[in-house]
Design a protein around this ligand. Sequence first.
Ligand SMILES: CC/C=C/CC(=O)SCCNC(=O)CCNC(=O)[C@H](O)C(C)(C)COP(=O)(O)OP(=O)(O)OC[C@H]1O[C@@H](n2cnc3c(N)ncnc32)[C@H](O)[C@@H]1OP(=O)(O)O
Length: 719
Amino acid sequence: MAQYSCVSGSVGLITLKNPPVNALSAAVRHGIVDTVKRALSEPKVKSVVICGQNGIFCGGADIREFASDMSGPPLVPMIHAIEAANKPVVAAIEGSALGGGLELALGCHYRIAHSKAKLGLPEVTLGLLPAAGGTQRLPRLIGVPAALNLITTGRHVTAAEALQLGVVDQVTDQNTVDAAVKFALSVAGQSLDARRISTYPCPRPSDLDALFDGVMQKVRQSARGAIAPVACVQAVRAAATLPYTQGMEREKELMATLFTSGQARALQYCFFAQRAVGRWSMPSGARWDTSKPRPVHKAAVIGLGTMGRGIAVALAQTGLSVVAVETQEKQLMEAKQAVSGMLERGAKRRGVAPALDGISYSGNIQAVADADLVIEAVFEDMTLKEKIFQQLSAVCKPGTFLCTNTSALDVDHLASQTRNPELVVGMHFFAPAHVMKLLEVVYGTRSSPQAVATAMQLGKKMGKVSVAVGNCRGFVGNRMLKPYLEQAFFLLEEGATPELVDRALEEFGFAMGVFRVSDLSGLDVGWKVRKGDGLAEPEMATGQSARIRQGRRYSPLGDLLCEQGRYGQKTGQGWYQYDKPGGRVARSDPWLHSFLEEYRARHGLVARRIDQQEVLERCLYVLINEGFHILEDGIAAGPEDIDVIYVFGYGWPRHRGGPMFYASMVGLAKVLERLEHYHQAHPDVPYMQPCNLLRRLVASGSPPIQRWREVIKKLHSQL
Ligand SMILES: CC/C=C/CC(=O)SCCNC(=O)CCNC(=O)[C@H](O)C(C)(C)COP(=O)(O)OP(=O)(O)OC[C@H]1O[C@@H](n2cnc3c(N)ncnc32)[C@H](O)[C@@H]1OP(=O)(O)O
């Protein structure tokens, strides 16, 4: 709703009230229409201020309403009525003015922002465009290039940048509503002819075609199949080339195609999923709202390889005091230099002072004695980690949380090496740890709710999207990755090439296909794991055991490349070739193609034609099937957890909503049917056998993803 009062004798004050972000729900829109009418009709009111309650102007349209029939007054005429008013209307912007909230402010004649406010048109991130006149007013106000930048990226700008761009007229450090009322009093009675943005001519850059072609090309490249950024460019082009009214028509037309698209549904699902994972729960019943985190003032990192350095940087950037420990002297010196460089570059980018003094370095594990929380980030070797956890348990002060940055190893086993297993959790960061947003917080069977709450809160402080997951081999992300990678190998055996598989995945929307990623991260990483699992021994690569191991189909292709020293980018050769070790540009490698042909001939395999559809179905459906197993096993609390992990940690295209959402869009019955089909064709691949939970969901009529938890709960209660 919107509340109306008259202040300072002649200013009509309209306050948007819809906690927590004053989203423009039908009730709020009704409230604005009514209160604006009232303010304009009351003779004593000479000017109007619009603000939001609780220090936030407006978070935009109410996204939850998009799934309904959207009744209530539409935004466009409401904003037009404000712009057409014959009394000055001033927007008092505190907190956020986003999406429809900023469009509302652009309909006002003046905008005053608090210095801490953030403004933006983030509709593109929800698969939409600013269709309440945003694409037509913003370029008229700040010019086409700046408007294109804000609208196609959806980025939020600070009040200072908004002032510089001309989005706002004034920035204040004081009470924004008071400043706006004072301003409204000062402009009462003045002409508004020059204040109605829709009447401004849109500045036309001389190189208009080149500008739009360039932006369109950039957007298409980075959008990887997302349709909203393209529509945003088309809408701004309409502002630059058509009169306002026709531009508005074009904006409406473009929005109509976006609004009902699967991509918009996927992106809006991601928006809520990202927030839902913060409300974590554990099978024991412990929950986010009943588990109190303990404050962390001092944190420590053990092991300063690539991961440890990134974690130390991310911790220091939160303002914590950090102890970084590396027992090898040469490595310690190199790490010190590297970490300082990373902190300096990060600080320069953010325009702040580098937190160099926040980190102290030591070669002795005793240095972590008074830390509140320690993150072990040494090499992925259980014996080494066991030893470190035993030492930490002896060295640390009582109550110190002990975290492991393992990507797959058993958190319970590490906890068993300590005196207080309840203080142990996994904190699985993704490389580079100071950049990647995802953090899997892994609870073991004995982890206390407080340990989980503390790790989750620390993750949030570090700017991570943290997801609490249970303990199993590979947790959620890497566990699902295994069958996906395996399918990619099998496809090569059957006739595909790395180029074909990667093209299918990249056209689906992944930034990089599976083989290009494998070359980037190093083939030796998986090889080491397979050796540890007793799968990849050189003598196994020939004869009967070559393609059947531990009773199931196995492809030794990755092992064979490693045996040749082809580890990917770092050696200049992997699934592709590079111009030099460390080279980044992947080129097709004739050697690899001959190698695949020889391999197939050696094993009596006849190459067949494989199309992109088969690549997608096999790689993605086995990954999704494993996701259902993870839900069935209670390792992830809901499909949102899995989807957030894949979108933020594994390059799953956000406009596809994550693997579980994607399965719901494809149709669970279809996913089940294709898995059954492929499992029949490949009975020696257990990952293809459809999961019981998937069968259950199909049998119960394939409910929408928001209702899967009910089916899972029922399934668990019957076990
Ligand atoms: C007709 C079509 C017109 C479309 C034009 C539009 O306006 S589309 C919407 C554009 N607006 C946005 O994209 C803003 C989305 N919100 C945010 O970015 C942030 O919420 C915030 C406003 C910057 C506040 O961030 P903060 O970290 O303080 O809070 P949360 O993000 O956790 O949000 C708190 C709860 O509020 C819910 N919520 C936020 N925005 C909206 C919204 N526009 N509509 C509905 N609900 C919204 C959010 O989901 C949180 O609730 P949960 O229950 O935790 O999910």
